[in-house]
Design a protein around this ligand. Structure first.
Ligand code: ATP
Length: 887
């Protein structure tokens, strides 16, 4: 018999206890996990050897292979060996970089694992979804991704979106009754919830019938990849840049070849080899790899050390350009640790002491402790306790909740203030779970005497409406004033009510709440602001990133919290969802820019606010946690969800997950995004001119019909050394000191400005001319060609080292800013050692046609390298002066 055909008794046969809320015992679960294996699909991974082989499939390698053949053909065997070593070294470096980036991303995928809420040993708890086993009892609620295939045993308004599995676009309503038909297609198995589909509404309980590869999803696909690895716009732009550069270089090569051929200075093979090395020297092969590695390592650092999981590389890049952050309030700006502190039954104000979820504290009226519990108060506390879908558990000395903090606050208040609570005998029959559209929740219960009641708790305005419908004399303005009084202190206000006669009702629907409603009172709940957010907001204000609060909470509560945190520098403007709905499209754009607080918003409002901000040209990041936030999260340039309170649906739709649910982490991520972008740009500004300079040397030599100053192997050495070493300096480069003091970069600005183009050009020429000049000077003073070439190789490498100091910081290279990146110095030291090896080790001298240098040549080398730094620093200074004069 298939699971959907079984009834409840048949399903629960396996249990020693009758009660599904007991669930499996931890012991059984562990045993079963060992025998069945984890609840996960095995993802396909590119094998390492393939990754290595793939490195050979590239243009540069083809050119180098051609060069090897050419040298073999000419009988230059040492050259052939050196070039072969270069080919292999290139592949190893490429492999290492790619494997590193892939590894970093794979680790991030692991971090994206989801949790499942299960009953085990009678306690509702969250466990790693991979640890689920057959017969586990799983609790589902809106926003959850179903963690395994489940046979549902209880549902409350449960709807599941199954399009990934069945192709059905609309969410399907689920129930728990057995279906007798044999061979039902998946789409009609309405009492089943399938792995990886999404709960869009309601809640439910289900028993696991299949895990891992045995689930319906496992049968159709054996690999899931949730971290996206598409190329980033920046990488695309860089690839395009690389292509243009390569084409120009090839064009120049053809031209040179023709010229060389006509001049006949060089023999054909020597000319060909020189041109091939020029091509190899000028093409900045390292660029795309450096970019991906900077991105991937930045992303991996964010995940490992800074609590932010960026799911795709493009997002890391976009982060640096964020203009506006639209953030929710609860849990992001506040701690999401709710405690009921105030109760209004009528004009009397009760306050409740104690904090957190531990049920210890007392009730005070007018500042005096009281033990008296009048009937209305008991009913209010019971309403909060029953219109509730959360559990409160004490493990050792700590009280924890599993579910919603707002609900948790009411559980604690009930246990804190109700004596003799055991005497209440009742059964919960049905529940309308909370959702941010209705903003209330209701529960149908039956007492031991058979009477049924519906308890409600929710946003005051919603419950005021019910009260007014029932009783036109309801004192709405009196209650509104009380609600405003609490909200003004930044407290969340929740109203409670009851429908006393619900005997006829078996399944709860929203329409049942419209008659017979009795208003019980108001509660104020504190949710303290997070202290670290204040500093983060200050930083955001300085970095000209605007922060807007979009919340479901009341305007006064939101404004009070905004004020306490210092949301914006100036006055805070508040608008509500209802007011927003009345605006025209044009007004919405203006309103989105003007207001800082958007209160009582619906998920549709959120989407529109994000769209309006984007239409006014703002790169927008948005935080959200509910299943209904998914469209807005997808729409935002950076959708951000919360690792702890966020639903699976929100996490799936977002680009970044904050594992500590903390706004301050978002600020850190933006800072990191800016750093990453800066460093990518720096590596371009560094790698391009240093590569061009090598090409230019050959180009000018052929053009002026001179002796070749550099051997092919020497050029390859320069390339190889910088490929292994210098580019890594940019991966570790810390952010500039003014990183968060400048406004966000314009998202439409070009990667390399005209001014930077000019710099690229003159630096290339400068290094080439300095090198050639020194070569000529040494030859003129009687040095051998070997010595002059050796000096030239050193000059080019040292020019790169000096130029590195110019590019690393926008401040003066002669300031303390040059000493911020310790790793850069290790890299430079390594480079110098390699150069020493090249100059003095006999076998290196043999392979690369070099010879030992004297002090004089070293001084010349340093002077030449330094001159590159001096010129570029002068240029930086003039640029700085000019910019200051303009402001
Ligand atoms: P955000 O996280 O977007 O800042 P929020 O979480 O405060 O907003 P909602 O959860 O939509 O917003 O809550 C809106 C209102 O609904 C609250 O002000 C409160 O009155 C009421 N409310 C929230 N949670 C519950 C709950 N679990 N039960 C009853 N009422 C609730």
């Amino acid at each position: 018999m298939r699971p959907y055909q079984k009834n409840l008794e048949e399903l629960l046969q396996n249990y020693e206890q009758e009660d599904p809320l007991q669930g499996l015992s931890a012991k059984t679960a562990t045993k079963r996990l060992a025998s069945d294996g984890p609840n996960a699909l095995v993802a396909k991974k590119t094998p390492n050897w393939l990754l290595f082989i793939r490195q050979f499939n590239n243009m540069i390698i083809y050119i180098l292979l051609f060069a090897t053949l050419l040298t073999l053909f000419l009988g230059h065997y040492t050259d052939a060996i050196v070039i072969s070593v270069v080919i292999i070294a290139n592949a190893v470096i490429g492999y290492y970089q790619e494997a590193n980036a892939a590894d970093a991303l794979a680790k991030i995928k692991d971090l994206l694992a989801t949790n499942a809420t299960v009953y085990r040993d009678g306690i509702r708890q969250d466990i790693d979804a991979t640890k689920l086993v057959r017969d586990d009892v799983v609790f589902l609620e809106a926003g959850d991704q179903v963690p395994a295939d489940l046979r549902l045993i209880k549902t409350a308004d449960l709807r599941i979106q199954e399009s990934a599995l069945t192709g059905e676009a609309d969410a399907v309503t689920k129930h728990a009754s057995a279906l007798k038909t044999a061979d039902l297609p998946l789409a009609e198995q309405a009492n089943m919830a399938f792995s990886s589909t999404t709960v869009v509404n309601g809640s439910g309980l289900g028993v696991v019938v299949a895990t891992g590869e045995k689930t319906e999803l496992g049968k159709i696909s054996s690999a899931v990849a949730s971290a996206k690895t598409r190329p980033t716009p920046l990488v695309k732009e860089i690839n395009a840049l690389g292509k243009t550069v390569s084409l120009c270089v090839l064009g120049a090569a053809v031209l040179l070849f023709i010229l060389g051929f006509i001049f006949e200075t060089y023999s054909l093979p020597v000319l060909t080899l020189a041109i091939v090395t020029m091509i190899v020297g000028s093409i900045p092969e390292g660029l795309p790899a450096t970019t991906s590695v900077i991105l991937a390592l930045g992303v991996s650092d964010l995940a490992k050390n800074k609590n932010a999981i960026v799911k795709s590389l493009p997002s890391a890049e976009t982060l640096g350009a964020v203009d506006v952050i639209a953030t929710d309030k609860t849990g992001t700006l506040t701690k999401n640790e709710m405690t009921v502190t105030d109760i209004y039954l009528d004009e009397r104000h009760f306050s409740v002491s104690g904090s957190g979820y531990a049920p210890t504290g007392a009730l005070f009226i007018n500042g005096e402790a009281t033990t008296e519990r009048e009937a209305k108060l008991k009913e209010l506390l019971l309403a909060g306790y029953l219109a509730n879908d959360t559990t409160l558990t004490q493990v050792d000395d700590t009280w924890t909740i599993n579910g919603e903090p707002t609900d948790g606050a009411f559980l604690t208040a009930y246990h804190k203030l109700m004596p003799n609570k055991e005497s209440v005998q009742l059964e919960k029959l049905d529940l309308l779970p909370f959702d941010s559209f209705h903003r209330y929740m209701a529960s149908l219960v039956q007492f031991s005497n058979g009477a049924k009641k519906i308890y409600l708790k929710g946003a005051p305005d919603k419950l005021f409406n019910f009260a007014q419908q029932q009783d036109p004399t309801f004192k709405r303005s009196f209650w509104q004033a009380k609600a405003d009084h609490l909200a003004n202190q930044g407290k969340r206000v929740v109203a409670l009510g009851v429908i006393k006669d619900a005997d006829q009702i078996t399944e709860l629907e929203h329409k049942h709440l419209e008659t017979g409603f009795t208003f019980l009172g108001l509660t104020g709940i504190i949710d303290p602001p997070r202290p670290e957010v204040i500093a983060a907001l200050r930083e955001m204000n300085k970095a000209k990133v605007e922060v807007k609060m979009i919340t479901g909470d009341a305007p006064l509560t939101a404004a009070a919290i905004g004020q306490q945190l210092g949301l914006a520098d100036g006055e805070l403007h508040t608008i509500t969802g209802v007011e927003w709905d009345q605006l025209t499209a044009e007004q919405k754009q203006k309103a989105a820019v003007k207001h800082q607080i958007f209160a009582r918003t619906t998920p549709e409002n959120k989407l529109e606010i994000i769209e309006a901000l984007q239409q006014s040209g703002k790169v927008t990041a948005m935080t959200g946690d509910g299943v209904n936030d998914a469209p807005a999260l997808k729409k935002a340039d950076i959708g951000v969800s919360m690792g702890i309170k966020g639903t699976d649906a929100a996490k799936e739709a977002s680009d970044m997950i904050l594992t500590d649910d903390n706004f301050a982490t978002l600020a850190t991520a933006i800072k990191e995004g800016r750093r990453i972008y800066d460093n990518i740009k720096k590596s371009i500004l560094f790698l391009l001119p240093t590569s061009f300079a090598e090409g230019l040397i050959i180009f000018l030599t052929i053009l002026f019909n001179q002796e070749m100053p550099l051997q092919a192997t020497q050029l390859l050495w320069i390339n190889l050394v910088s490929a292994i070493t210098i580019q890594f300096a940019f991966i570790f480069e810390p952010g500039a000191r003014d990183l968060m003091k400048r406004p966000p970069r314009k998202s439409n600005s070009r990667l390399i400005s005209g001014r930077e183009m000019l710099q690229l050009g003159y630096v290339s020429l400068l290094i080439a001319l300095v090198g050639l000049g020194a070569y000529e000077m040494l030859i003129a003073t009687g040095a051998s060609a070997t010595l002059a070439s050796t000096a030239m190789v050193n000059i080019i490498v040292f020019s790169k080292i000096f130029y590195l100091f110019n590019i690393r910081t926008e401040e003066s290279a002669f300031s303390s800013a040059s000493f911020t990146n310790k790793k850069a110095f290790s890299i430079i030291l390594l480079m110098i050692l390699l150069q020493m090896g090249l100059t003095y080790l006999p076998f290196m001298q043999e392979a690369f046609s070099t010879t030992g240098m004297q002090l004089g040549e070293w001084i010349l080398t340093i002077v030449c390298g330094f001159s590159v730094l001096a010129v570029t620093e002068l240029d930086k200074y003039l640029k700085f002066r000019l910019a200051r004069a303009r402001n």
